[in-house]
Design a protein around this ligand. Structure first.
Ligand SMILES: NC(=O)c1ccc[n+]([C@@H]2O[C@H](COP(=O)([O-])OP(=O)(O)OC[C@H]3O[C@@H](n4cnc5c(N)ncnc54)[C@H](OP(=O)(O)O)[C@@H]3O)[C@@H](O)[C@H]2O)c1
Length: 314
């Protein structure tokens, strides 16, 4: 496993991060989840991403338990707040930032998280209030660094321009061979400002692994075979997308890579990307995914990937 520095922080994170959306504390049973966390640690993955809202707190509770015997200084924990935990507990007001962070720390069984992220921008709270509350968490030692997920460039700039508040070091956008929206604006802004990108759904929720075939039902037990998972990944299950993914097969096999490794090496080719956050329902998926760390792709390979998927890019 290779490691990269997250923006202008002193966090050195593995190129592969293990996420927990739609998996731990929800669709994946606890024994399998624990096996995934253990395999991640064995593979040198030192970075875990979660959120208060994943599984209604279940993902944080699961990670708190699964990591409870592990030296806290040997891994890095990232969590998030914004989405509703109840009809009144939502958003990023000062009161909510304090309350949601306290809840996350309790569920995660830790005194601090390494990265606390705004899951989205909160239009109902003045930015000064949110940034002030986040800064307070850093000064109290409950949070080491701050990040955001899916903020617009003007929102990012406005936060960076505020006086006397902590600076963001991390951005969490969706990014994959099939979804490239951060490239024109968010990546250059982050590079200029010392902000690393930890990217979500780099496998397009499994579609880029090649296991979903055009015209065929999803493999039994896969995310696409589960009701809520199928809803979440619907946009990647159209035949024309899956046909484009099929065109990546010879590119991967010529390099001796699995499809998942090709997709992860593709996001990690960018210097603006610090880590690829993968989900895993089985430990073997992590063996496969970890194999992407340290792989570099030549320019002609990147061009072949572009040609294969050009018709279906969002
Ligand atoms: N900030 C945000 O708004 C946001 C949004 C979404 C996600 N995230 C974060 O990003 C993380 C990753 O998102 P994601 O789970 O959508 O990522 P992903 O890595 O694109 O997809 C993960 C899923 O693909 C399948 N898979 C993974 N590796 C595989 C392999 N080698 N071979 C075959 N199948 C494989 C597994 O599903 P099955 O085995 O069940 O098919 C796994 O759960 C989340 O856990 C979360 O931490 C953040």
């Amino acid at each position: 496993m290779e490691y990269r520095r997250l923006g202008r922080s002193d966090l050195t994170v593995s190129e592969i991060c293990l996420g927990s959306w739609l998996t731990y504390g929800s669709a994946v049973d606890a024994d399998k989840g624990r096996a995934c966390v253990q395999r991640a640690l064995d593979l040198g993955i030192n970075f875990f991403d979660t959120a208060n809202v994943y599984g209604g707190g279940g993902a944080e509770r699961f990670l708190g338990e699964a990591l409870s015997g592990v030296d806290r200084s040997s891994y890095l924990l990232a969590t998030k707040a914004f989405f509703p935990m109840s009809p009144t507990d939502k958003g990023l007001s000062a009161a909510q930032v304090a309350k949601q962070c306290a809840g996350s720390l309790q569920r995660l069984r830790t005194d601090y998280v390494d990265l606390y992220q705004c899951h989205r921008y909160d239009r109902d709270t003045p930015l000064e209030e949110t940034m002030g509350a986040l800064t307070e968490l850093v000064r109290q030692g409950k949070v080491r660094y701050l990040g955001f997920s899916e903020w617009r460039p003007d929102q990012i700039r406005a936060a960076l321009a505020l006086p006397d508040v902590e600076r963001f070091v991390s951005s969490q956008p969706e990014y994959s061979i099939l979804y490239r929206k951060p490239e024109p604006q968010v990546f250059p802004l982050c590079a200029e400002e010392g902000i690393g990108n930890i990217v979500w759904s780099p496998l397009a929720q499994g579609a880029l692994t090649g296991k979903y075939r055009p015209g065929a039902p999803p493999p039994p037990g896969s995310r696409g075979d589960q009701e809520s998972g199928a809803r979440m990944m619907g946009r990647w299950r159209h035949d024309e997308v899956l046909e484009a993914v099929d065109r990546l097969r010879p590119v991967a096999s010529d390099l001796g890579l699995s499809m998942a490794q090709l997709a992860l090496a593709w996001v990690l080719r960018r210097a603006e990307v610090t880590s690829a956050i993968v989900g895993a329902s089985r430990p073997e998926q992590l063996d496969d995914n970890a194999g992407a760390s340290g792989v570099s792709l030549a320019a002609d390979v990147v061009a072949a990937i572009d040609a294969a998927v050009a018709d279906v890019l969002e």
